[in-house]
Design a protein around this ligand. Structure first.
Ligand SMILES: [Zn+2]
Length: 62
């Protein structure tokens, strides 16, 4: 499973996008990285310090 898919199994506690969306910045753009509180929800990603968003994705809705 791609990392982005694994992370997006959960809503983001930080920017409040629903499952299936990339994280977004306060300005509504795609965040360069998924927020830490989101990917620590995923067991296989807990050891990582950051997870980048795919370049071809659009921002999720808050
Ligand atoms: Zn987020």
């Amino acid at each position: 499973m791609p990392l982005s898919v694994a992370v997006e199994q959960f809503d983001c506690p930080t920017c409040e996008v629903p499952a299936g969306s990339t994280c977004r910045t306060r300005g509504g753009k795609v965040a360069p990285k998924y927020h830490t509180p989101r990917f620590i929800l995923v067991l296989q990603l807990r050891a990582k310090l950051e997870v980048k968003t795919p370049a071809d994705r659009g921002p999720g809705r808050a």
